[in-house]
Design a binder for this molecule. Structure first.
Ligand code: PXP
Length: 237
């Protein structure tokens, strides 16, 4: 049964609409935990468009489940990660103009620089995950660079019509097998929702699913605690 990581960035996005104090992502983290979240995820972007440094610190000291910090491979954010020591860091590509993370990390093009980048994090005992496309070349590169975990990008699966889901699930399964064969943990995320999460949750060896937008959106209407509880029940197959 996979664990559920709930990404609460969108709560900070709503707060930034007025640049005030509400809604507080720390409150969101509490509600998500009460609903059964196993992990809280935040993305500290270089442009600080939603989660800021203060949120990251406050969440680190209040969240009672592991904190997963998503970040680009930039030294400034790594320094913050080394200070606050989340349980896990997920490296993602980041573009200033994107609405959300677009593709996976191109690990194959930067094995050596990624290895150098993640070494200080791993030395501090932080697990490091690579957010990559479901592509065996990328999986091999992530293993060569020394990542502990691969989070396979489920955006392509989420974006195709349901009649192409089997094809995309097969790609995820093949890449997932390579992840596990290389001794890494298998996670997945992006674009997962209440309608499409089932087949991804059932993939062999799936350890964690990282879900944000669909859960926060449902939470607007039924409350975040209940929205997390419903998602938790769906992945408890
Ligand atoms: N995993 C990663 C690496 C992400 O960057 C995101 C988006 O922040 C998610 C999972 C969650 O995606 P979504 O908000 O579409 O559920």
């Amino acid at each position: 049964m996979p664990l559920l990581g709930v990404n609460i960035d969108h709560v900070a996005t709503l707060r930034q609409a007025r640049r005030g104090a509400d809604p507080d992502p720390v409150w969101a983290a509490v509600e998500a935990q009460l609903g059964g979240a196993d992990i809280i995820t935040i993305h500290l972007r270089e442009d600080r468009r939603h989660i800021n440094d203060d949120d990251a610190r406050r969440l680190r000291s209040t969240v009672q489940v592991p904190l997963n910090l998503e970040m680009a491979a930039v030294t400034e954010i790594r320094n913050i990660a080394l200070q606050i020591k989340p349980a896990m860091v997920t490296l993602v590509p980041e573009k200033r103009t994107e609405v959300t993370t677009e593709g996976g990390l191109d690990a194959a093009q930067q094995v050596h620089s990624l290895r150098a980048f993640i070494t200080p994090l791993r030395k501090k005992g932080i697990l490091v995950s690579a957010f990559i496309d479901a592509d065996v070349t990328q999986v091999h590169a992530a293993a060569d660079a020394g990542f502990d975990i691969c989070e396979l990008h489920t955006g392509p699966y989420s974006n195709v019509a349901p009649n192409r889901h089997t094809e995309e699930i097969d790609r995820l399964r093949l890449a997932g097998e390579e992840v596990v064969n290389h001794g890494m943990q298998l996670n997945a995320g992006h674009g997962l929702n209440y309608a499409n999460v089932g087949p991804v949750a059932e993939l062999p060896h799936m350890a964690e699913l990282h879900i944000g937008h669909s859960v926060i959106s449902r939470g607007v209407f039924i409350g975040l605690r209940e929205a997390v509880r419903l998602m938790r029940n769906l992945i408890n197959y």
